[in-house]
Structures are given as C-alpha cells and as structure tokens.
Design a protein around this ligand. Structure first.
Ligand SMILES: [Fe+2]
Length: 339
C-alpha cells in the first residue's frame, strides 16, 4: 500500500513538473543560497529551475555563440553596467510584468532587465584616525582634492563597479569634469590600484590608506566572520560613510536579471523574476548577500542595517546610464593613469 502511495505521489510530481515546465537560469551570482531559493520556487510552482553558473564573460560568450539555439531563459548578474552592456549586445528581449513594475522603483529597471537587490558604493574610513565630523558633506567629487594626497585606495579600472561609478559621474558632471576628477583621484592614490573591494577595506583597517571606495555588502560579509577572524577584526576597525548626502545621494547599483532574446520559457522566466521580488525571496537574498532589499518593507540584514538605512540614495541617476557611459568611463580612467 505504502509503495503504491509513493508511486502515485512521484507520478503526480512528475506530471505537475511536466505541466509547469522549466526555466533555465544563467547566473554569475556565486551564492549557494540562490540555489536554495530556486528550490523554494520549484516547490511553490512546480517549475523546475536549471542553473548554469559561471563568470559573466563565459556565460555571455556561450549565450551569444549559441544564439537561436540557446536554451538560456534568464541571465542574472550583478551591476547595472553589466546588464546594460549585455542589453547593448542584443542579449535580452523586452519583457513586461505589472508586478515587477510595481515593486521595483523605475530607476532600477528597464524594459529589458530588472533590479533584484541594491548595493551602495561608499567610502570607508577608520573612526580612530578620521573623526566622522571631518567627512561631513563629503562627495565622491571631493576625493580628487589634493588634501587627500596619498590617502585613497580603490580597485582597478577594469572593474565594472568602478566603471559604473565613473559613468554616474559623467552622467552628472559631464566628461570634461570627470576626466579632471579622475586625474585628481589617481594623484591621491595611496598605492597603485589593486585587489578586490575587501582588499580596499583591509587597507584602511591596516592604516595603509585613510579612505577606500568599496561596496556596502563586503563590510557586512567581513563582519559576519565568513571571511575569517582576521577580516572580521579588520572590518570592526572601519566604518562606511555615505557620500553626496547634500546633493544627489550615494551611488547605487543593483543585482538584476533579464529575459534572454531566444528564451524558450519566457513566461516561466518572468514568474521566477516575480518570485525573486516576493518578500520571502527578498529576505532570503539580503540575509545571504547583505545587499539592500529592492522591495520596500523588507529589512536589510542587521550587519548592514546597523550603519543606517536612512541615507539618501541616488535615485536621480538612472542605473541604465551606467552601461551607456561604460566605454567612456573606462577611457577616462585609463587616460588618468588608473590602471
Ligand atoms: Fe561584488
């Protein structure tokens, strides 16, 4: 009897997944937690999620090379600059969803791709050496001031987070001013640009620099202890400062996804995106990646919330401008000697 019931329930499961179908996700987000999230989606909808994870370049190459034969439905990655660049290569198709439109503020989505979570690119300092009052009113623009000579660290210009930041400066201040700014900033470097975002935070903790630019979630990741005791101790020595509070606000970026041009399962891809914007999924995401939730009402993880959630976010600069100005941003950085 038991065997029959098991067989029947297995058959039901197979039938329902055959009816519900599947969705093929290509993701460069390297979080095991995303897989748990997809499992939840499958148990709620019956839609099977097949994940291909890898580095952006490799995923993009495969999607473009396979063209019409590609089975990829949804491309999930971080940085609006990367999403915009993929869009420019014709990788996405337009998709629309009233749910996504309602939940995602207009500056964090386009008709081709949607923001799933937010991050801020902020300035880090050591409260021991630099009292917060000294930074009052600080803007990204001020980091080119000669008074910060030998004090600033940031990663290399080939990094998309930096390209998006510089793109936002071009968008707001124009090319000429941004080129001058980049030269000033490079002149203030405490060392040639190197390392990842966490390496910049470590440099401030170690006293190699006074100010570092890095994304918010890295500090929380280090504080969580997941990167080891040494990085946790270092993270405890620094604090984030949210720049440009008296004007447009702090530079914001996103993780996001878009439906691919030849997606065989477009409807399921949209369903998965909608699921990622549910409160349940948003909570799961922010508690694993330490990003900020896209959906209002969902709380950020305490490790990041402790630094304040009421800072002014740049909602004026559309994140879709990052991809559009990316090539120019890189050119400006290279010309300034930002390696
Ligand atoms: Fe990152």
């Amino acid at each position: 009897m038991k065997k029959i019931i098991i067989t029947i329930s297995a058959l039901l499961l197979i039938t329902s997944s055959l009816l519900a179908g599947e969705v093929n996700v290509f993701s460069s987000r390297h979080y095991d937690s995303d897989v748990q999230l997809y499992k939840k989606f499958t148990s709620q909808t019956g839609i099977k999620v097949n994940v291909v994870s890898g580095k952006d370049k490799a995923l993009e190459k495969r999607i473009l090379e396979e063209g019409k034969d590609s089975k990829a439905d949804l491309y999930i990655t971080s940085d609006a600059g990367r999403l915009g660049a993929a869009q420019a290569k014709g990788m996405f198709q337009r998709s629309s969803s009233s749910i996504l439109k309602k939940k995602i503020p207009s500056n964090f989505r386009t008709s081709y791709w949607y923001g799933i979570a937010k991050r801020a690119r902020v300035i880090y300092y050591s409260p021991e050496r630099t009292p917060a009052s000294m930074l009052n009113g600080l803007r990204y623009e001020d980091l080119a001031d000669p008074k910060y000579k030998g004090k600033v660290v940031i990663r290399q210009s080939n990094n998309v987070y930096n390209q998006s930041l510089v793109a936002s400066l071009i968008q707001n201040n124009g090319s000429k001013k941004t080129a001058e700014w980049a030269k000033g900033l490079v002149g203030n470097f405490a060392r040639p640009a190197k390392g990842n975002d966490r390496a910049q935070i470590l440099a401030v903790a170690a006293g190699e620099a006074d100010l570092a630019i890095a994304n918010t979630y890295y500090l929380a990741l280090m504080l969580s202890g997941k990167k080891g005791a040494e990085q946790k101790a270092a993270a405890q020595k620094v604090k984030p400062f949210f720049p440009n509070q008296n004007d447009r606000g702090t530079h914001m970026n996103i993780s996001g996804g878009g439906v691919l041009k030849y997606a065989p399962n477009k409807a399921n891809a949209i369903k998965l995106l909608e699921f990622l914007l549910t409160d349940e999924a948003q909570e799961h995401i922010v508690n694993n990646s330490y990003e900020y939730p896209m959906v209002e009402g969902v709380k950020a993880n305490e490790l990041i919330a402790q630094f304040g959630l009421n800072f002014k976010q740049d909602q004026k600069t559309k994140v879709s401008s990052y991809g559009k100005k990316q090539a120019e941003a890189l050119k400006i950085m290279m010309q300034a000697g930002w390696q």
